[in-house]
Design a protein around this ligand. Structure first.
Ligand SMILES: [Zn+2]
Length: 75
């Protein structure tokens, strides 16, 4: 059996350019024809925090975890 050379191994993912900043985004569903990278997603979620693009992905994840915790004040 022959398989297409462009990786359709795990459910079919490809690499696309972010439609906002043209950064390469990996592991995009092959069905998708446009993608937004995590940085631009973060920016759109927090348009006022310009610093966010200077954060590493790790820092960003921590940041969002904090946001979630602060969102619910269960005491
Ligand atoms: Zn982007």
């Amino acid at each position: 059996m022959k398989k297409p050379t462009f990786g359709s191994r795990t459910g079919g993912v490809k690499t696309l350019e972010c439609k906002e900043c043209k950064a390469k985004v990996h592991n995009v569903d092959t069905k998708a024809d446009a993608v937004t990278c995590w940085k631009c997603v973060a920016k759109s979620l927090n348009p006022r925090s310009a610093i966010i693009s200077d954060m590493s992905k790790e820092e960003l994840e921590r940041f969002f975890k904090k946001q979630k915790k602060n969102g619910r004040s269960e005491n």
